[in-house]
Structures are given as C-alpha cells and as structure tokens.
Design a protein around this ligand. Structure first.
Ligand code: ASP
Length: 585
C-alpha cells in the first residue's frame, strides 16, 4: 500500500494516528534541529517533520532530498505548535518515522508553486510540470466538473450522447479543413470535422430526437490570439423544435452550469436582434455589463459646415460618464492615436466635454454651444461627461466605435470578470455578400433555415432581396464573447438545394459534397435545430481566466504549435512515399 491518506486529508481529529503518505517534495526548510518538508499531491499539502536529535539518520536523509523527489513517509499525526490557518491540513504535521524515495527528480526548470518563476514558453515546453501546480490543476478540475454538469443536465432532459466520426469529408463552417491523407487510397484525403454539423442532422433524420456530444472540432484558421486549431464544443441538436424551444433548453443549461459551478442564479437572459446589436454596440456580440449605447447623430450634426461630418454616411458616438475630467488634450490625442491604429482604422476622433467651465470640443469652431448641448441631451450627458464621436462609412464606423466602447469600458473599470451578463442575439442575416469573391456566404452555415416568413422571398426574390433575408439563427453571448451559436435547420430538400445554389454551388458540386444529406432529406427529415457551445471559452469566462490555453490540458501556442511534443513536424521519406505525398519546397 503506497498511502493510507492523501496530502489534503488529515485534520486535528487524526492526531495520534499512524499514517503513510506519498507525494512530491515541494519545499524543505530547517529550523533549529528540525527539518520541515511540504509534501504535495493533487489533494493538498501536508507538513512533515524530521527531528535531528531523535533520529539523525532519518533527518539527514530528509535533508538530502531534492525538489520534486517522489517520496513515501510513515509517521504519527501530531498537533502543530504554529498552525497555518490558510491550509486545510494546517493544524497538524507528521512526525516521520520512515522515509522511502520512490523516484528522484532533476531540478525542475521552474518552481512548482502557484506563483512560479517560469515564463509561458518554458511552462508550455514542460506543461506536465506546469500542470503539477495547484492553481493550474484547479482550472482543469473546474473544467471536468463543467463537463459533468453539462452531461447531467442534458441527460436529465432526455438527450443522448452519440459519438460522430473524426475522419470525414469537409463540413463547411467557414474555415479551412485539416486533412488526413489516406494510405490505402492514394491521392484521397479525409477531412477532420470543423463540427459534427451534418452528422447531428442525420441523427435527427434517424429519430434520436435529442442529441449531444462534448466533442473536439478542428479548424485550420489563420492564427488569431486565443484561438486553438482544435477546440471543444458542446454540440446539440433537437427535433420538432422551433427557435424558442432551443433558447429555453440552452438558457436552462447555462443557468444550471452557473448555479452548480459558481453558485450564481442568473436572471432570464435578455434578447436583442442582430440589427439592434450592431446599431447600439457596433458588434454582434455586445458586452452588456455596461451601457454606453451608440447614438446616431447625422440629423443634428450635418449641414453646419463641418465637411468631415457632412460627407460621412454615419456620424455616431457614445457618452462616457464622468470622463471629462480624466481626459486632458494630451490624453485625447493619445486616444485619437489609439483609434487611428491600423487594427481599428478610424480617421479621427471628435470629443465633446461638458465641464463646470463650459463645453469643450474638438469641433467647437463649427458648432455653437447650443448645438453641442443638444448632442449631449440626445445622449443623456450631464456635467462631467464626455462624448466620443466617429464618422465615416456606416459599417466600418460602427465597428470602430464598438472597439472604442470596449476600450473605454475597460479603462473605466466596467468589465468586472465576475459580473456575468449573458444575452441572446437573434435574427441574424441568412447570407452575407462578399465583395472580394463576388458571392454570398452563409452567415452561420449552409444548413441554416431562413425565417418562415422569408422562405417565399428566398425562393422567388432578386439579388437585393437575398441580402435582407433573416435566419432563425441565434448566438449566446457572454460578456462580449460568443459562447454558443446555432440555428433552426432547413429540412426540406428543395429549400436546401436552393440555398446551395445561392451560395454558388453548382448542382453537381452540391451533390458531390452533400449528396448524402440531400438524399437523407428524401426519407422523412423532421423539423430540427440545434446549437453548439464553445466549451473552452465558456470555461475560461466562468473562471475569469486570461486565455483559453489555461483551461486546456495540452494547448497549442498562438502559432498553432505544441512546443512540448514539437508538432507539427516533418515525416520521413518512407511515410511520405507510403502516402504518395511529396513535399514541395
Ligand atoms: N455547427 C455549428 C457551429 O459549429 C453550431 C450549430 O449550428 O449547431 O458553430
């Protein structure tokens, strides 16, 4: 038997017991004739004591132990004279009578403590040691409980968990596929699923009615901060449902998770249309922890001789409460440079400050105080407040102002990570016109159904009509991040064919890629719809972590590399030949 107790188990009531513990030597210190060791395992830390006077050999043995040696000790639980109230086992220590080294350890490349001296790169290279740190382990314990509670809720609501294959043919979710060459069928490739989308729809055709899966998805995208090429979804699908049924079921899941894991009872989630989200927040994933809603100013600012505003498609701003005093001319200049960075791309920034000494504005030359007051009253500004205004082409300007709103929210301390504000964004456009490729893209994916009221227009409308079609598509947004998204699906073969056509597939291409789905729709496909949650992101947000890498056991870095196992990597000539592949330099 390696141990009678773990390192987090013993309490004052255990005093006098003879116990055996095993774990890692975390810290050792000497004090007079005594040597103290912190013995660590997953469950906690227990203090060991060795007495030089009583048993010098044993004590010398203890002093020779290196950090992270794996040891087993036998001894008596005794009361500590100076207790540690910050530790669950802080009332006791083990008077060691026997010590055995189970394995030695090289000196670790960084300290295995909550506050470590290792940088991220080093910790990722030795992720297995990073994962030995208690605060890092806690992230994965949380993740495990989140998965368990997800399963509990869904199983309790009659969902069945079904595994779908990883070696498949492309499922379009808007990214590139990772492909796997076939050895047996030279020149042919599997694609790894970007999501189990088509399979879960087929499961509905099969009659499973309610499906879920906690599943890896793979998307070969250009690297963006905090994206992983493989990530986990809670993927769900239901039959005989309308949008409302899906929203209720998954609002229920989200509330359940917050209740069980955070002890938070979330009130009913607000809902907003896509158009409202864009108009008021400049984003389809608005952070509603704070206000600063957009106010469009065209009607009051245009026609007064300020060319920049007069020529703009849109002039739009928001009111930053109490900020007039915080922004000197120099600060405004810096903020202007901030919005002018290429990532944001605004041309300039107009401010209006309402101060005790009067109204100050970068466009004071063009507008009277009366006019500037009117802008303020439109935006609910009072003394001490500051308006920030951008202008230009409508879509771009809203996006830029959206970024500025978040920046200001952050600077003003309005984005408390423990303040959870979910909402549903509804009525997404069905199609998105892409100027570059001169074609429509599916805003969600090609299987998403237009709203019932838009089906006729979709079947018979002209090009402009198509741009205005709305879908039964919805996103669940939490604190400015999309944590879930889904739609009611097309279950009618003809409508699906029409959608493929709109998206630029020829009949043959549609058949070749999705013939199996179109065929399945011949055999009684029930009305159905679903959603998928980004499990890593949800887990990150719920824990207030900085990056999704923290909640993934073995994540890739921002370049998509696993620096521990050194992947991706080349393969040898023999393997290439077997796969009939050639590397072109
Ligand atoms: N397959 C979709 C996605 O990965 C989710 C859904 O429509 O259910 O975003």
């Amino acid at each position: 038997m390696y141990r009678s107790h773990n390192c987090g188990a013993l309490r004052i009531d255990d005093i006098g017991k003879e116990v055996t513990l095993a774990g890692w030597m975390a810290v050792s210190r000497e004090f007079g004739g005594l040597t103290f060791i912190d013995l660590r395992d997953r469950y906690g830390i227990t203090q060991l004591v060795f007495d030089m006077e009583g048993s010098p050999d044993l004590c010398n043995q203890a002093r020779a132990l290196g950090r992270e040696f794996v040891i087993q000790v036998h001894g008596i639980v005794s009361e500590r004279s100076n207790k540690n109230p910050n530790r669950a086992t802080g009332d006791i220590e083990i008077l060691v009578t026997d010590l055995r080294i189970l394995n030695e350890s090289d000196v670790p490349p960084f300290t295995i403590e909550n506050e470590t001296d290792g940088g991220e790169e080093l910790r990722m290279k030795y992720r297995y040691l990073d994962l030995r740190r208690q605060n890092v382990q806690e992230k994965l314990f949380f993740r495990s409980r989140l998965a368990i509670e997800t399963r509990k809720y869904l199983a309790g609501n009659d969902f069945i968990e079904v595994e779908t294959p990883f070696l498949i043919k492309s499922t379009p979710e808007g990214a590139r596929d990772f492909v796997v060459p076939s050895r047996v069928h030279h020149g042919q490739f599997y694609a790894l699923p970007q999501s189990p989308q088509t399979f879960k729809q087929l499961l509905m055709v099969s009659g499973f009615d309610k499906y879920f899966q906690i599943v890896k998805c793979f998307r070969d995208e250009d690297f963006r901060a905090d994206r992983q090429p493989e990530f986990t979804q809670v993927d769900c699908e239901m039959s005989y449902v309308e949008q409302e049924d899906i929203l209720n079921t998954f609002e229920g899941l989200t509330k359940h998770l917050f209740r069980e894991l955070k002890g938070i009872d979330l009130p009913a989630f607000p809902r907003m249309t896509y158009d409202e989200a864009i108009a008021h927040y400049g984003s389809d994933k608005p952070d509603i922890r704070f206000g600063m809603l957009f106010c469009e100013l065209n009607s009051v600012v245009q026609g007064h001789g300020f060319g920049v505003f007069d020529n703009a498609e849109l002039v739009v701003g928001f009111c930053a409460k109490g900020q007039a005093i915080n922004y000197s001319n120099k600060d405004i200049k810096k903020l202007t440079e901030w919005v002018q960075r290429p990532q944001i791309g605004a041309k300039g920034l107009v401010y209006v400050k309402y101060t005790a000494d009067g109204i100050k504005s970068s466009v004071g030359k063009f507008y009277s105080d009366e006019q500037l007051k009117k802008w303020g009253s439109l935006m609910g500004a009072a003394e001490g407040d500051m308006l920030l205004i951008l202008s230009g082409e409508a879509e771009k300007t809203r996006k830029q102002l959206g970024a500025l709103r978040l920046e200001m929210g952050n600077r003003m301390g309005l984005m408390d990570p423990e303040d959870f504000k979910p909402l549903w964004v509804l009525d997404f456009p069905l199609l998105e016109w892409d100027e570059d490729s001169n074609r429509f893209h599916a805003m969600h994916h090609p299987f998403t159904s237009p709203k019932k009221s838009d089906i006729d227009r979709m079947l018979n409308g002209d090009h402009e009509t198509m741009k205005a079609l709305r879908a039964d598509a919805y996103d669940l947004v939490l604190n400015g991040s999309e944590i879930g998204g889904g739609s009611i699906r097309i279950h009618d073969r003809e409508l699906q064919e029409k959608n493929f056509k709109l998206l630029g597939f020829t009949e043959d291409e549609a058949k070749e890629q999705f013939g199996f789905l179109l065929d399945a729709f011949r055999y009684g496909a029930p009305p159905h719809g679903g959603i998928a949650f980004g499990f890593d992101r949800l887990c990150t947000l719920m824990q207030g972590s900085d990056s999704i890498r923290e909640v993934i056991a073995f994540p890739k870095n921002n370049q998509g590399r696993d620096v521990m196992i050194d992947a991706p990597a080349g393969i040898d000539g023999e393997q290439l030949a077997e796969l009939a592949l050639k590397v072109v330099e």
